[in-house]
Write a protein that binds this ligand. Structure first.
Ligand code: SAM
Length: 239
């Protein structure tokens, strides 16, 4: 899968994603990343990419031309026009099912805004998806783009090894994951639940499922309505 990020801060994208699991995936060729500096496409002699907003008001707005030229360059050899995600606090809030949908694309372009945002006309011209990472305002779109690329990458086959499998994690069935424990058996007086030491896989699975339901009810009750529940789950929830 190929990620293309149109940004004023390509170094931030490169540094953030060339580490840990995404770094390994990039090195092994499961995913590809190009961080494209919008400033390189400015025709202004001082390489300006922003200007004052028409109508007045605070801050600067990113101009459409350099972004369009960067977009044209990135897409020139592509057979079909890829999805272009504008990361914006005004978008739908990113979630696991969006990550799954995006992971099926061959190419995905992210447009990162800065300052007061981006001239509306370039958004109308190239953007297919408006996506936010939450109801707060950041200084730029680089962190949101990295968040989304990280979440999408780990769903690309080969990126995670067996030990890191994404199969039974939070949001699988729309439930939160059960609590996890590792050695030692006792830490500051807190013991690992006996069932996990029992070696009885049936009981362990049942305990984990119940913990998952309990945790979702406590922390994210809004998820339960759309969770995929079995008859056993329903019984547990009625208790
Ligand atoms: N004036 C804009 C508004 O009120 O919607 C906010 C601009 S913000 C300071 C600069 C850029 O950061 C945005 O263009 C967007 O790309 C990015 N950004 C900020 N918060 C974000 C969020 N919660 N999710 C995704 N992108 C965000």
């Amino acid at each position: 899968m190929n990620f293309h990020v149109l940004t004023l801060f390509p170094d931030m994208i490169e540094a953030g994603l060339h580490t840990s699991v995404t770094g390994r995936a990039l090195k092994n060729g499961y995913i590809h990343l190009s961080a494209v500096n919008i400033r390189d496409y400015s025709k202004d002699k001082h390489k300006h990419v922003d200007d004052y907003p028409y109508g007045g008001g605070a801050g600067m707005v990113m101009q459409p031309e350099p972004i369009y030229l960067a977009y044209e360059d990135v897409t020139q050899n592509m057979e079909k026009k890829p999805r272009v995600v504008y990361v914006t606090p005004q978008g739908s809030v990113f979630n696991q099912s969006m990550a799954e949908e995006f992971s099926k694309e061959e190419d995905l372009i992210f447009l990162c805004g800065h300052y007061e945002g981006v001239d509306e006309r370039i958004l109308e011209e190239i953007v297919t998806d408006y996506v936010s990472i939450g109801d707060y305002v950041l200084t730029g779109g680089e962190l949101p783009a990295m968040v989304m690329i990280d979440a999408v990458s780990r769903l690309v086959p080969g990126v995670l090894n067996n030990e890191e499998s994404a199969e039974f994690e939070s949001f699988h069935d729309n439930l939160l994951e059960h609590p996890q424990y590792t050695r030692p058996v006792e830490f500051r007086g807190r013991k690992v639940p006996d069932v996990l030491l029992s070696g009885h896989h049936g009981n362990i699975d049942k305990w984990r499922r119940e913990q998952s339901l309990k945790r979702t009810l406590e922390r994210r009750p809004d998820l339960i309505e759309t969770a995929i529940l079995s008859k056993e789950d329903e019984k547990y929830l009625k208790k």
